[in-house]
Ligand binder design. Structure first.
Ligand code: ZN
Length: 498
């Protein structure tokens, strides 16, 4: 017994010392900004952060720095968690025209570069709400990329995101689709195999971090799309909750978000910009009562909210002359892609949009879109002021629009959140800890803490002082490896000919 005690005593002085002889990376003399929630952020000046492998192993301020293979001097800089964008679509080049002769070559060249575009703007984690493990593996294999996660898309037969897809193709294209009892055309055997519970089980086993549902009966006042039934939705969200999976809803109209809030959805996947018949009250200072009623439910039930201001912005900018000439596009687009967007073929979606509006003058179309964008901004402001949990979610790209490019689109979303009145502390939380918590990823991401993954950003400016700090990135630390930001600039990439 005595011997053991002696051994223990002998061990103590060694245990007090760091257990590593030398760490892989040390970021020294920096201001560590670690968000806790929308109100609270930990700020530690003159600290160092030690990283071994892909994890943070220690954070301190002692003068005795750990020995390190690589040292990054953080003097005068700010260390924050890498950004998480929880609404990205990783499978297709924005604005691609499938009918173009070079479509597949352009698509390949784009996919080989996509991850780097995100990293240039400091996005080190992305979530694709409609993908599969194979799709995520392909994304990771494409080169240097953010860490990606996926949700299983659960459209109903012939419903939004499954319209026009026959049963036999649906099985491959939307493996987690749901067949409802109420659907008269679906054979009984398919109904049995595609009940909500089974589809949730399947996506959970496949490694999805959430279940994505679609609550959409048609745009604006239209009611032309089969809607998920309340019973199916409830069964689905309850079963997902049992498996500890969040349910994220596509819904952007007052009535649709109301259904989502009433039936156990945990993440609203879009902003509430379609106010339907309440739009006539939009000029009043107060939000229309029906809109407020839905927002109060979102707050009360603690449903996380993705403003996705980029959706309407990305469509509006398609109609703004010279939009692609904005200098930021030079950071993410190679010349061939820019040239193609400006070509006859590259303008296909813009033309389609004009046609949809039956010859309405461009200025009028822009006016209509702007009204929706103002709705979305006012709703975000109300929710934020009343303490709702806001998530950074760019929905890149929301439609085949070239005005939504990976990374840059996330950055534009942050700027629009700021313009809507969110405080910088809230924006930082939305971009990091809130997303990590909403998708059960906080053991690895969301703050600068020992044990977490070393996906971090070293900024030249303070993100609690200016939203432009997110475009003033000095170093991106990905899985414990530090790279200066310019390495991810599109001009640094080997040009792929097409
Ligand atoms: Zn989306």
């Amino acid at each position: 017994m005595k011997k053991q005690l002696f051994a223990l005593a002998l061990c103590t002085p060694f245990m007090a010392k760091p257990v590593w002889a030398q760490v892989d990376l040390l970021i020294k003399n920096t201001t560590v900004i670690s968000p806790q929630n929308q109100q609270k952020v930990d700020i530690k000046s003159n600290h160092w952060v030690a990283i071994n492998g892909n994890r943070i192993v220690s954070i301190g301020s002692d003068k005795n720095l750990p020995k390190a293979k690589h040292i990054v001097d953080g003097t005068g800089k700010f260390l924050i968690p890498g950004l998480m964008d929880s609404h990205t679509h990783l499978k297709t080049m924005p604005g691609l025209n499938p009918a173009d002769n070079n479509a597949s070559i352009m698509q390949q060249a784009y996919l080989a570069r996509q991850g780097v575009n995100y990293l240039y703007y400091g996005v080190t984690q992305v979530i694709d709400p409609s993908n599969t493990q194979q799709g995520i593996d392909a994304f990771h294999d494409s080169g240097m990329t953010p860490k990606a996660f996926f949700c299983g898309a659960m459209p109903v037969v012939n419903g939004y995101n499954a319209r026009g897809i026959e049963h036999e193709h649906l099985h491959y294209e939307r493996p987690y689709y749901v067949a409802q009892d109420t659907d008269p055309e679906t054979p009984k055997v398919i109904k049995e195999a595609h009940q909500a519970k089974q589809a949730v089980n399947r996506l959970s086993e496949d490694g999805a971090v959430c279940a994505k549902v679609y609550i959409e009966d048609g745009f604006d006042l239209a009611k032309n799309i089969p809607l998920i039934s309340n019973a199916t939705l409830k069964e689905l969200t309850q079963h997902a909750a049992k498996l500890n999976l969040p349910t994220m809803a596509h819904a952007n109209a007052t009535d649709m978000q109301d259904i989502a809030a009433d039936h156990g959805v945990t993440i609203m996947g879009h902003g509430l910009w379609n106010w339907l018949e309440e739009q006539k009250l939009s000029n009043q200072e107060q939000l229309p009562p029906k809109v407020t009623a839905v927002l109060d439910k979102i707050i009360e039930r603690n449903i996380a909210y993705q403003p996705t201001l980029n959706v309407i912005r990305g469509l509006t900018d398609l109609m703004v002359d010279g939009h692609l000439m904005r200098p930021e596009y030079q950071n993410v687009l190679p010349q061939w892609q820019l040239d193609w967007y400006l070509s006859e073929s590259g303008q296909w979606f813009a033309k389609e949009m004009y046609q949809d509006w039956d010859g309405l003058p461009v200025a009028k179309i822009v006016e209509r879109f702007t009204a929706k964008q103002v709705n979305g901004q006012r709703v975000l402001n109300y929710l934020y002021e009343h303490g709702a949990t806001i998530l950074l979610a760019s929905d890149t790209p929301p439609a085949p629009t070239y005005a939504s490019q990976p990374g840059l689109s996330t950055y534009m979303e942050l700027q629009d959140m700021y313009k809507s009145g969110m405080k910088l502390k809230g924006i930082l939380a939305a971009a990091t800890i809130n997303n990590a918590k909403a998708y059960n990823l906080e053991h690895d991401f969301g703050s600068v803490d020992s044990g977490k993954m070393a996906n971090l950003l070293l900024l030249n400016s303070n993100p609690l002082e200016t939203p432009l700090a997110y475009d003033d990135i000095n170093t991106v630390i990905l899985q414990g490896k530090a790279s200066t930001r310019d390495l991810f600039h599109v001009s640094q990439l080997k040009q792929v000919k097409h």
